[in-house]
Ligand binder design. Structure first.
Ligand SMILES: *[C@@H]1O[C@H](CO)[C@@H](O)[C@H](O)[C@H]1NC(C)=O
Ligand SMILES: *[C@@H]1O[C@H](CO)[C@@H](O)[C@H](O)[C@H]1NC(C)=O
Ligand SMILES: *[C@@H]1O[C@H](CO)[C@@H](O)[C@H](O)[C@H]1NC(C)=O
Ligand SMILES: *[C@@H]1O[C@H](CO)[C@@H](O)[C@H](O)[C@H]1NC(C)=O
Ligand SMILES: *[C@@H]1O[C@H](CO)[C@@H](O)[C@H](O)[C@H]1NC(C)=O
Ligand SMILES: *[C@@H]1O[C@H](CO)[C@@H](O)[C@H](O)[C@H]1NC(C)=O
Length: 436
């Protein structure tokens, strides 16, 4: 019976940890996506002006350095004569225009566009450009979640001069898959202090969805647990993010492959410090104090990646008592808006600007931490059956591996532990059924 229960728990646990957000649907952010929006502003045979926007409408996923790299496939031999707010990474073969006064900006069939860097020449800028392709999440910063650029388009000699929407979009950020653009209602622009509205000639939108499985084969973070009433620390499960020790570094040692220079504008694969779990990010949850009306939890995040600073990192935490957070000491906190989903026990934590918003690479100060004070709901609060521990934790939108429920810290002298276990198992099962 006991073995059966353990097996059931193990299976549940595995399903539980891999089920959400792996199929492009995230129950915590059901409307989350990236939108590529094209506004056709002017169009005459052979010359078109377009405003392209990349909008991040996700609650807690963001785009970090090295930023987005947008590409698409032109249908009818289109060329980009001019670009503002962004640039293509290559010009391509423009010899067909050798006799014209200036060469086009890009003649490639499949151009790749990158955002300009901050401080780009003023005449090259447009509004919402020039942040090096970084896009914030909606929870963290609602003012920097859109990138935009302008293009003047034409076509190769002998090709039709009408504008045709390209297809096969890619935003160049691991994990995203984009659909084709569809025609939507034209965007309206407000002028004269909102008294008059003008509109685009036509507008198209393509949507891109995130899948953790597509982004990476193995998880990127894990969770360990402890409590004031339990003598041990429950570690991250062994091999949470991989098992190979060939590409990890011992703390304090800089191996030769790390001394090689790498392009700061390219994403580098993580080189982690050697641990049993091999994760680049390790989250620890400690149940610290039990007061009369409140209880206190300490959360810390450690960067074990020796090659990366995580700017504007965030943590999404699900725990039934997060509906009554009384105080968060050194992180920002926002509950996931209930309008957005039916979930009311989940929130996003992130750092304070210029204080702990960057999780510095391992070997430096690669650690951030906070404490939170939660108000007890007397009908619900318990230190039993693992209630005090989070149900899920996501780092930068990716699910972290949790310890198995059978290993959770338990109260001293817990008498009929297995009967409690079974009710916890039932809880996990019910929860799982709700999720899938
Ligand atoms: C460049 O394009 C022209 C025609 O547009 C073609 O004749 C020429 O071979 C191309 N050059 C290269 C190097 O591909
Ligand atoms: C490309 O140009 C051809 C010739 O004018 C036209 O028939 C075709 O519809 C165009 N393709 C698209 C996708 O508009
Ligand atoms: C997008 O459109 C192109 C051309 O019409 C087509 O070949 C491709 O399969 C479409 N892609 C998707 C994801 O629908
Ligand atoms: C991370 O930040 C530290 C401190 O600002 C800096 O020394 C280091 O070069 C940065 N690492 C990377 C990979 O950018
Ligand atoms: C938070 O706790 C207080 C005291 O128990 C209670 O009055 C309040 O309704 C709770 N808020 C929520 C959102 O549960
Ligand atoms: C949170 O949601 C649960 C289940 O959807 C519901 O039973 C509970 O009353 C909600 N709590 C609050 C404070 O809205």
């Amino acid at each position: 019976m006991n073995a059966m229960l353990k097996l059931l728990l193990a299976v549940t646990f595995i399903l539980f940890t891999i089920s959400p957000s792996t199929h492009g649907y995230d129950p915590l952010d059901p409307y989350g996506k990236m939108i590529i929006k094209w506004d056709l502003l002017h169009s005459s045979p052979g010359q078109h002006t377009v405003l392209v926007k990349l909008e991040n409408v996700q609650e807690y996923r963001h785009v970090e350095k090295p930023g987005w790299k947008l590409s698409w496939h032109w249908v009818n031999k289109t060329v980009i004569w001019d670009m503002r707010g962004a640039e293509t990474t290559e010009q391509g073969n423009c010899s067909a225009f050798a006799s014209s006064e200036t060469l086009p900006h890009c003649c490639l069939r499949r151009p790749t566009i990158v955002d300009l860097l901050p401080g780009a020449p003023f005449n090259m800028q447009v509004s919402n450009c020039c942040r090096g392709g970084v896009l914030t999440s909606m929870s963290q910063d609602q003012t920097n979640h859109v990138s935009a650029f302008h293009m003047t388009l034409g076509s190769f000699p002998g090709y039709p001069g009408e504008f045709t929407m390209p297809h096969d979009f890619d935003i160049g950020v691991p994990g995203y898959t984009c659909g084709n653009a569809t025609s939507v209602a034209p965007t309206k622009y407000s002028t004269d202090k909102g008294r008059r509205k003008t509109q685009a000639l036509a507008t198209w939108e393509a949507e891109c969805l995130y899948s953790q499985l597509k982004s990476s084969q193995s998880p990127k973070c894990c969770v360990s647990l402890s409590a004031f009433y339990y003598e041990n620390i429950v570690p991250c499960p062994t091999c949470s993010c991989g098992c190979s020790s060939s590409h990890c570094v011992k703390s304090g040692v800089v191996p030769s492959f790390l001394k090689q220079k790498h392009d700061p504008h390219e994403e580098v694969s993580p080189v982690v410090q050697c641990t049993k779990h091999m994760c680049p990010i390790h989250i620890h949850w400690h149940v610290k104090v039990n007061y009369k009306e409140y209880w206190r939890v300490k959360i810390s995040a450690t960067n074990l990646n020796t090659r990366r600073n995580y700017s504007d990192w965030n943590l999404v935490v699900q725990h039934p008592n997060l509906n009554n957070v009384s105080r968060v000491f050194s992180f920002n906190y926002k509950a996931i808006p209930p309008l957005h989903s039916s979930i009311n026990d989940t929130g996003v934590f992130w750092g304070f600007k210029f204080y702990n918003d960057v999780l510095i690479q391992a070997g430096e100060i690669g650690n951030v931490q906070t404490e939170l004070l939660l108000r007890k709901d007397m009908g619900d609060f318990s230190l039993r059956e693992g209630w005090g521990f989070p149900r899920r934790i996501l780092f930068n939108g990716d699910e972290c591996v949790m310890p198995s429920p059978i290993d959770y810290p338990r109260l001293p002298n817990s008498a009929s532990y297995s009967s409690r276990l079974s009710s916890f198992g039932t809880f996990v099962l019910c929860f799982l059924l709700l999720l899938v």
